[in-house]
Design a binder for this molecule. Structure first.
Ligand code: 0X9
Ligand code: ZN
Length: 434
């Protein structure tokens, strides 16, 4: 008892030393466009300058955008809003302090709340990449006939990137496959948390979900971008990091990382991406410049013919998005995509009342080319969906740990419904790959 109190004290001292200076004095604004013209104004502003960090930007009037602004840019920003009669409120006057508080709580729980503290996956806090890898490896040891781990590659900083394949253990090969990933964007911590919960449900709640594993195996990559994810866990200074961590230099300035969701070789860097390595949506110097996106691409190609649904988990905004994200055109089979996505949205609405907007990425959210969902669809997955989970905290990317349980359970309801629809629409005999 005394020892654990001592450990806790040391921990508090250690985390208290983490400074908030990274985002000290940064403000968070909620700006609500009332007209289409005001939506366009905000969109132009987000494109024109990197001074403002748009955490969310919607195409529709009345859908609020959330923007983080540095202390130096606050005056200019407010003037712009006033001049254009844009409605706004300040959600947080000093996000640095808020991030620090939430970050420290998670750190504090690190030593007293292990990932499987209660035997099953615990949803009490966010986990780091190593804990996640250990968790899936332990599952494979506990369920050796149903669960398999594969090291599928290495991140830029040489972290082991692992997939977990979940089967029903009947030994049949070449089943259809659901390929799901999380942790593309480093700061979206709720994504790996939700993916872990899906793993828990498929493995530990096998009897209840056996129908999802009869004709289908699930290949799951919980953290696509572990370097970025770890960077956000290192200190509050980097909590809002989005990209990978490979260094890139431009005009003598070195900036880090590319946006993995702009790095795929399909209409690469055409729209909604940047050629500036210092920008959050940097597409990379060339398609597949990042080892992390090569890994995802190779998994997709390996599953050719068997891969039916590709599901990539992001946050935030409550969207179920399908191709295309590079053009406002819809694919010929958009009704199939819509049917599956809507099954997820409807199930969530019925269970919790949370509303998800369903539609093509470009039409519902914004245009952005070079993303994994478009690539997966192009590479042969008939269903390819980006799920943007609920937001939380003040940035939207920082739901407090106390919200994890509620969010991941809600997410699972949607994923379960989409998977049921896919299993029904694409049975093995129909797809005929056996
Ligand atoms: O911009 C993104 O990469 C995704 N949103 S996020 O806030 N998580 O960054 C949306 C991607 C949607 N898909 C395509 N545009 N193809
Ligand atoms: Zn994302």
């Amino acid at each position: 008892m005394l020892r654990s109190i001592g450990a806790l004290f040391l921990l508090i001292v250690a985390v208290a030393q983490v400074s908030a200076e990274g985002y000290d004095g940064y403000k968070i604004y909620e700006v609500t466009p009332l007209t289409k013209a005001q939506c366009d104004l905000l969109k132009d502003l987000s494109k024109r300058t990197d001074a403002y960090d748009f955490f969310s930007l919607s195409r529709q009037p009345l859908h609020p955008a959330r923007v983080m602004v540095s202390p130096n840019d606050v005056n200019t920003f407010e003037k712009f809003l006033q001049n254009n009669k844009l409605q706004f409120k300040v959600l947080n006057k000093n996000i640095g302090r808020t991030i620090e508080r939430e970050f420290n709580i998670n750190q504090l729980f690190r030593s007293i709340s292990p990932i499987t503290g209660k035997g099953r996956l615990s949803t009490e806090r966010y986990y780091n990449h190593e804990e996640i890898n250990t968790y899936i490896e332990d599952l494979a040891k506990r369920y050796p006939t149903r669960v398999f781990i594969k090291t599928v590659g290495y991140s830029y900083e040489r972290r082991h990137v692992k997939t977990i394949t979940i089967t029903n253990g009947d030994g049949r090969e070449n089943k259809n496959v659901v390929f799901m990933d999380g942790g593309f964007h480093a700061r979206e911590w709720i994504s790996p948390a939700a993916v872990l919960y899906v793993i828990d449900q498929l493995v530990e709640n096998f009897a209840e979900n056996a129908n999802l594993l009869l004709d289908y195996d699930w290949v799951i990559l919980p953290v696509v971008n572990p370097d970025g994810y770890e960077h956000t866990q290192k200190s509050t200074l980097s909590r809002m990091w989005r990209k990978t961590r490979q260094p890139y230099s431009l005009l003598g300035v070195t900036c880090y990382g590319a946006d993995p969701n702009r790095n795929f070789d399909f209409h690469w860097n055409e729209e909604g991406a940047s050629s500036n390595p210092c920008v959050d949506t940097y597409a990379g110097p060339k398609p597949f410049s990042e080892p992390e996106t090569i890994i995802v691409r190779d998994i997709m190609h390996t599953l050719k013919g068997r891969g039916i649904m590709y599901l990539t988990i992001h946050s935030y905004g409550n969207y179920l998005l399908y191709p295309w994200g590079w053009t406002s055109d819809l694919p010929d089979t958009w009704e199939d995509l819509d049917e599956v996505a809507r099954a997820g949205g409807d199930a969530i609405k019925e269970a919790t009342g949370t509303e998800y907007s369903v539609g093509s990425s470009t039409n519902v959210l914004y245009i952005a080319a070079g993303a994994s969902d478009d690539y997966g669809f192009y590479a042969g997955f008939p269903i390819s969906i980006t799920m943007e989970l609920s937001g939380g905290g003040l940035t939207g990317f920082d739901p407090p740990a106390s919200k994890i349980d509620e969010y991941v359970k809600e997410t699972w309801i949607g994923i379960n419904a989409m998977a049921k629809k896919v299993v029904e629409k694409y049975p093995l005999e129909k797809t005929g790959f056996l």
